[in-house]
Ligand binder design. Structure first.
Ligand code: UDP
Length: 412
């Protein structure tokens, strides 16, 4: 093995982020999960096909044609589980497509109302009613896998079917004690070690399973343009305005791509739009499909000047799959995904970002792709989730055994 390859291997071994407890060791109840991690041996998985109710958010059809990180996760996981023979029913927004059975319970998708409680509560309540009906009709689901927001986990104890809840957002102050009060009702999964570390002390997280990417569906492109890329929603935390500053300092053209969502209009108009000049700074709007792959694979680097506890950051993994280095501020999961000097650089501010642009020749596109293949490919991530489902089933069986024993003791 070349020295370069062994450096990459060592760096990857340090960076593998799955199924660790708060101290970074394997949680005792989860040690078996390690075998299901991306990059480890092909796991022994569920011994029989499971019936899985996959609960997507109600906002955007699955798969997303443009913006939609959670929808992309749900799509890839659902397809892979169905291909493995599991019986998956996907509860998702109208317009969703899948090889699993699709149930769309609301009249519309609501891409402009992301997070609005009535739609989420409606979607979840209707899905829960169908999950109850399945049990009553003698064909129960084994497990519910919830990605939908907050309503489902808060109400999980009203279902007889165990729930796995993937936490897709950061632990923000506005959540208050939400997960402390309701988290025990489901098996909680974090999507990065950084997110898990930021969890309040009273929140018990069973496993860290990263978001998946079907890496082989993304092109590895070695010949890059000179321009830089910023891709995401036009939110202050994601830093398109900081990317503009860094690109100017580096004397490089910047391409900005992404939607201006409801509530982001003012930020875009004041902080981003005035700098779009069609020469130094281009704005190409929201991108999807092949256009997104082209934009990601052709850039010299993806800039991630984020200022928040990034829970994951799918765009980083997508760029790296294309062999495109990522230059990120060391916030949240950027610290897990970016391996400084191997697949990009972690930098403190816009000035350091511009300096790092000058070092891009040090980064090998093949190393970028290798850095995500092992850790985030959908095959390994699906195996890790199969393990989590078995944990949920075991916990539910133990709970019902305890209830039974209590009943017998009382009857004696
Ligand atoms: N995205 C897209 N088109 C765009 C902007 C974003 O398809 O114009 C996708 C992007 O590729 C990624 C997702 O939306 O899959 C955003 O997920 P990420 O985790 O990066 O950010 P967040 O969920 O915080 O917005």
């Amino acid at each position: 093995m070349s020295r370069g390859a062994s450096v990459i291997r060592r760096a990857l071994a340090r960076a593998t982020p799955l199924a660790t407890d708060r101290r970074g060791g394997l949680a005792s109840g989860e040690r078996h999960l390690a075998h299901g991690c991306p990059g480890s041996h092909r796991p022994h998985t569920a011994s029989r096909p499971l019936r899985i109710a996959m609960l997507a958010p109600p906002w955007i059809p699955v798969p997303a044609s443009g913006y939609g990180g959670i929808e992309s996760v749900v799509h890839q996981l659902t397809e892979q589980l169905a291909a493995r023979g599991h019986g998956v029913t996907l509860f998702a927004a109208p317009g969703s497509r899948s090889s699993a059975t699709v149930r769309s319970l609301l009249e519309h998708a609501y891409p402009d109302a992301i997070g609005e409680p009535p739609y989420e509560a409606d979607h979840v309540a209707l899905a829960m009613a169908e999950i109850d009906d399945a049990r009553a009709s003698g064909a129960p689901f084994d497990v519910v896998h919830d990605h939908s927001g907050f309503t489902a986990v808060a109400m999980a104890d009203r279902l007889a079917t165990p729930m796995v809840h993937t936490i897709h957002g950061p632990f923000e102050p506005r959540l208050g004690g939400f997960y402390g009060r309701h988290g025990h009702k489901a098996v909680l999964v974090a999507i990065s070690p950084a997110q898990r570390r930021s969890a309040p002390g009273d929140v018990s997280i069973s496993a860290v399973v990263p978001n998946p990417l079907a890496v082989d569906d993304w092109p590895l492109v070695r010949d890059k343009g000179r321009h830089l890329l910023w891709l995401g929603r036009m939110h202050e935390t994601k830093g398109p305005h900081r990317a503009i500053v860094a690109a100017r300092m580096a004397d490089r053209t910047l391409v900005l791509a992404g939607p201006v969502q409801t509530g982001q209009e003012r930020f875009f108009a004041e902080q981003v739009e005035p700098h779009i000049d069609g020469s130094g700074v281009h704005y190409v709007g929201e991108v999807g499909g092949l256009a997104k792959q082209r934009v990601l694979s052709g850039a010299a680097a993806l800039l991630m000047p984020i200022r928040w506890e990034e829970p994951f950051g799918m765009v980083m993994v997508e760029a790296l799959a294309c062999g495109t280095p990522v230059i990120a501020f060391p916030e949240g999961a950027a610290r897990n995904i970016v391996i400084d000097g191997i697949n990009g650089f972690l930098v403190e501010d816009e000035h350091a970002m511009a300096v790092a642009v000058g070092r891009l020749a040090e980064i090998d596109p093949a190393a970028c792709r290798a850095s995500v293949h092992r850790r985030y490919d959908v095959d390994g991530v699906t195996s890790a989730y199969e393990r989590v489902y078995l944990t949920a089933l075991r916990q539910a069986a133990a709970r019902s055994g305890m209830r039974e024993a209590r009943r017998e003791a009382l009857a004696r």
